[in-house]
Design a protein around this ligand. Sequence first.
Ligand code: AP5
Length: 223
Amino acid sequence: MSELNLILLGPPGAGKGTQASTLVEEFDLPYIATGDILRAAVKEGTDLGKQAKSQMDAGELVNDEIIVGVVAERLRADDTRDGFILDGFPRTIPQAGALDQKLAEMGRSLTAVLLIDAPDDEVIKRISGRRICPEGHVYHVDYDPPEREGICDRDGEPLTQRDDDKPEKVRRRLEVYHEQTAPLIEFYDERALLHEFDGAKPKDEVAEHIRKTLSTLRLEETA
Ligand code: AP5
């Protein structure tokens, strides 16, 4: 079986991270979420974190050059040999071009781009109720609450709200998505890599639709 090299694309709060956790369990692939990498770097106070913090706090994108370097290094690691799930990267056309080039240098290519879309008003409701644990497990106070309020079901850690999930930052993140990231939809559609999913549906339905799409892709590959 060949590699499964996937990108999760979509607006903030559409459910990329939520669907990624199902995909990771099912396919046992490394999950590379640039937002998580950057938040960890900010927390640790590394050079990368210092460079990224003000842009993240403002809801803006981190410079292409910085993030391309981070992802390229991560993709060279041995655990990506059978594939990877990229979430939050690429986010601009230059990042997508750089990714194509880096993969080509490694003799690799993308399998599919999974677009999880949802309208802005739904995204705002979701992000305002999102809570996360330090390990990155994601909940929603109404749509997906933990069994004990404020505590992660999986590891008992306290749940918090992300700094950039405050309403005024969410609005800016959405603007940035529409201006700089949404053009990737056409970019990948033209390359016949795009598969679209209605992220406004319940999460299990979205997961089932993704599962069926990936099974079809694998069947086509072996046909
Ligand atoms: P990042 O961490 O990537 O944030 P994002 O793309 O804005 O995505 P989110 O994590 O907010 O949303 P999601 O789609 O994963 O939603 P989730 O599954 O949690 O990036 C943060 C920042 O880092 C950027 O602003 C930028 O500054 C920087 N950055 C990162 N990558 C970069 C790059 N490549 N270049 C430059 N800068 C970069 O779901 C949301 C909520 O909804 C949860 O509460 C969940 O429980 C709930 N939910 C999910 N699915 C459903 C459903 N189907 N029904 C009901 N509720 C649901």
